[in-house]
Write a protein that binds this ligand. Sequence first.
Ligand code: NAD
Ligand code: SER
Length: 312
Amino acid sequence: MGKKVLVIGASGQIGSELVLTLRSRIGNMNVIASDLKPLPSGSNLNEGPFEVLDVLDNQALLNVVNKYNVTEVYLLAALLSATAEENPMFAWKLNMEGLFNVLNLAKDKIIQKIFWPSSIAVFGPTSPKNNTPQHTIMEPTTVYGISKLVGERWCEYYYNKYNVDVRSIRYPGLISYGSLPGGGTTDYAVDVFHKAKANEKFTCFLSKDTTLPMMYMDDAIRATIDLMNAESSSLSVRSSYNIAALSFSPEQIYNEIHHILPSFEIEYKPDFRQAIADSWPSSIDDEIARKDWGWCADYNLKELCETMIKNI
Ligand code: NAD
Ligand code: SER
């Protein structure tokens, strides 16, 4: 039986790009997209199967997996950092129960492999701020970071205890033009391009010198698929891999955009998301991902800005 992939949370920032790339690699019919709401007509996810699915509905999840003989699940449904702070108990429920529902499908040998994303939010104020290592102090202060760190621990536990083939990446802030981000602290770095292209002044919710790890979406999608295709025996990390591409502050991205669009203006009005950003690393050490499965980022800040401005 061939590979059949289910992407849960397919309409989001990552899912909408991941589904298209997976379909181009293994065929439209072998990638089942799913999300809470039906697709709008004309969506480019309509080229292959789509299911309305709530990952918290275990029976509905099992029905979809059985209907398509799903072998691999990419679980992208979650509340992100800023939204999670506004609804901590629901964030905990969605981020944890969704993961358990999928992990248990693999434990019961109904599916063979899982991708589940973690985040740089697993680190906290007591972690080293620069070149944050794979293994270090991890005391996250956000509900999102806590849910991701606990999720990592459970992934490693399911691998060790039940031989579940679960793979994970600690994504930095992801920048893309295809769809809007879904409630994260790094969202400003997408919003800024939309305002610049609309010729509107941008109000940034982080201070001008808040440096965070970031990555262009194409790099993140390639990392995800490369990790899923890597030989199991080469993977030394079954919690979640650090990966890095670039780090920048709002002021640095503004300067880069300003070179291309000289009339663009920005002002800084930090809100509650500043405290979240302040608790995260400025840059990440991804040496182990490089060594284990050959990870290496492509896009630098200049290429990222040019691509975003050209395509929005
Ligand atoms: P997003 O908010 O853009 O998309 C999430 C999708 O999940 C949405 O389409 C939403 O409708 C769907 N969803 C929500 N609840 C659901 C449920 N109960 N059942 C099924 N679907 C549901 O998020 P994203 O940016 O695409 O992030 C995907 C994953 O990657 C998340 O786990 C997130 O924590 C992680 N991540 C993202 C980033 C980033 O910068 N985008 C960085 C680090 C980690
Ligand atoms: N981009 C994500 C967020 O800001 C990081 O996990 O929530």
